[in-house]
Design a protein. Structure first.
Ligand code: 6PG
Length: 248
């Protein structure tokens, strides 16, 4: 039976995407903190989320969100210095973390200084031990933000990569096609354990991948993001959405 396409919020363009995503993230954080006194948040890397993070760093979100109860991680990270322009941590720090009152001890950049990717992945998995668990014992994020690559990758889970088959590992080291190549990434078991997952997708270059993911084409890693017991949402701009009668 054909799967129903995932729920998609369509916005006119990049500015609306940033604003709509910021509102969705802020409300999700507030709901988590109201229910459990804290929010475990995994930020996406790449360029698309930057404007959303910048929006969250400004009024009303800077004042409205209970930032002191937020614990920040990354859904993936490039194994470059944390002050490298290619670092997902560096992007989020410049766009958001410098402007909101998240305690330093609650910001968890990937341990990129580890001797190699495997050590970094193992160290980051240990940091996830602090999270509350789902019934299967996996760390359960309240919200994981994800982007979408033109090839359907998400986080740093790329087509055909063995990391896609992980059943027990929480974080894996990968060598990928998109530079910089050496990264660590959350695995699908951890991503799918989340209470909420939000994809941000922008631009005509993502049309083909988005259409295939909405149909859950198994060849695309992002198609396998299917929360076990959580909400999945896409916020996309018109440029990224191709109207396909078969997909509605
Ligand atoms: C990364 C991201 C990656 C990104 C997509 C989309 O570290 O590169 O985690 O999965 O989200 O490649 O990137 P853009 O938002 O730059 O198009």
């Amino acid at each position: 039976m054909a799967e129903a396409p995932q729920p998609v919020i369509v916005v006119p363009g990049p500015e609306a995407l940033a604003e709509t995503a910021a509102r969705w993230v802020a409300d999700t954080i507030k709901t988590a903190v109201a229910a459990r006194s804290r929010c475990y948040l995994a930020l996406a890397g790449g360029e698309t989320p930057r404007a959303c993070y910048e929006t969250l760093s400004r009024p009303p979100f800077r004042e409205e969100v209970p930032w002191s109860a937020v614990h920040v991680y990354w859904s993936d990270e490039r194994l470059v210095p944390l002050d490298d322009p290619a670092s997902n941590y560096a992007m989020a720090r410049a766009a958001l973390l410098e402007y909101v009152s998240i305690p330093r001890a609650q910001i968890h950049p990937a341990p990129v200084a580890e001797r190699d990717g495997r050590a970094a992945a193992e160290a980051y998995a240990r940091e996830l031990m602090a999270l509350l668990r789902d019934p299967a014992g996996r760390p359960r994020f309240d919200l994981i933000l994800l982007g979408l690559g033109e090839d359907g990758h998400t986080a740093s889970l790329f087509p055909g990569d063995a990391a896609l088959n992980a059943e027990e590992s929480w974080v894996l080291a990968v060598h990928v096609a998109k530079p910089p190549p050496n990264r660590i990434t959350l695995t699908l078991p951890v991503i799918n354990a989340a209470r909420a997952i939000l994809f941000l997708v922008q631009g005509a270059a993502k049309r083909s991948a988005l259409q295939a993911v909405r149909r859950r084409d198994p060849r695309l890693p992002a198609s396998h993001v299917q929360p076990v017991d959580g909400e999945l949402r896409f916020i996309v701009d018109r440029e990224a959405l191709v109207e396909d009668p078969a997909a509605v």
